[in-house]
Design a protein around this ligand. Structure first.
Ligand code: 9D3
Length: 249
């Protein structure tokens, strides 16, 4: 997979892509990150990429020409069988989720456009962009951290990116439940003990305990996740008990 990132601040990405799983994924040739400074494509004689908004008002607007030309150049360099998705990072975009990450991980080429502007010229949205993504309901200084979030979440889903093949599939947002608590040695840390069941060696009881802890955590922290889940009879029984305990306290 190739991920092309159009940004005025390519240096923001260097640390993120040179560590840990993203670094490994590039070394294994699972992914290539291409950083493109779209200022290099401006035809403005002062190298500007933004301008004042028609109709007045504050803030600057990203001008179409450098973005159209940079996207065109990135498309031409590639030999994509399928046209790439061109994603605009912006606060008005569709909220990013694990489901979207899984969808994007199937693509051959993604082009991510980042800005630091009050706005993008609407013709960029209409003629270049295929989707708009926001990473959540808070205000960032620009799209770069959003692009990092997409690059990170998509890369780890590529087959072979995680050492442990099962990790990506058992993620909480894939099973639909939050994770159960984890413990490691020592069994007793300054009087704080690991639950007995985990030391019992009784795998069925351990699985049941973990499942119940997951259900309890999800019920307490993210009850809305339980709404659209198919639960076993045992799970439903357990949640009914949790609710009863809640109502009596
Ligand atoms: C006055 C309206 N502001 C929108 C809340 C203007 C504005 C603020 C910040 C326009 C752009 C930005 C920069 N943010 C992004 O480019 C961005 C973003 C975000 O701010 N939150 C969550 N996801 C994203 S993806 C890109």
């Amino acid at each position: 997979m190739k991920i092309s990132i159009l940004t005025l601040f390519p240096d923001m990405f260097t640390g993120v892509f040179q560590q840990s799983i993203l670094k490994n994924a590039q070394e294994k040739n699972l992914v290539e990150y291409e950083l493109v400074n779209y200022r290099e494509y401006t035809k403005d004689r002062h190298n500007r990429v933004d301008d004042y908004p028609y109709g007045g008002g504050g803030g600057m607007v990203l001008t179409p020409q450098p973005v159209f030309d940079a996207v065109e150049a990135v498309k031409q360099q590639g030999s994509d069988a399928k046209p790439p998705k061109v994603i605009l990072l912006c606060p008005q975009g569709e909220r990013y989720t694990q489901k979207k990450a899984e969808e994007l991980a199937k693509e051959e080429h993604l082009i991510l456009i980042c800005g630091h502007y009050e706005g993008y010229d609407e013709r960029i949205r209409e003629h270049v962009v295929t989707e708009e993504i926001s990473i959540g309901d808070y205000v960032l200084t620009g799209g770069e951290i959003g692009a990092m979030v997409i690059a990170d979440s998509v890369t780890r889903l590529l087959p072979g990116a995680l050492g442990n093949e099962t990790s990506a599939v058992t993620d909480s947002y894939s099973t639909g439940l939050l994770e159960h608590p984890h413990y490691t040695r020592p069994a007793d840390y300054e009087g704080m003990k690991v639950p007995d069941v985990l030391l019992s060696g009784h795998h069925e009881r351990i699985d049941r305990w973990r499942r119940e802890q997951s259900l309890k955590r999800t019920y307490e922290r993210r009850p809305e996740l339980l709404e659209n889940m198919d639960l076993t009879k045992e799970d439903t029984e357990f949640i009914k008990k949790l609710k009863e305990t809640d109502e009596n306290s």
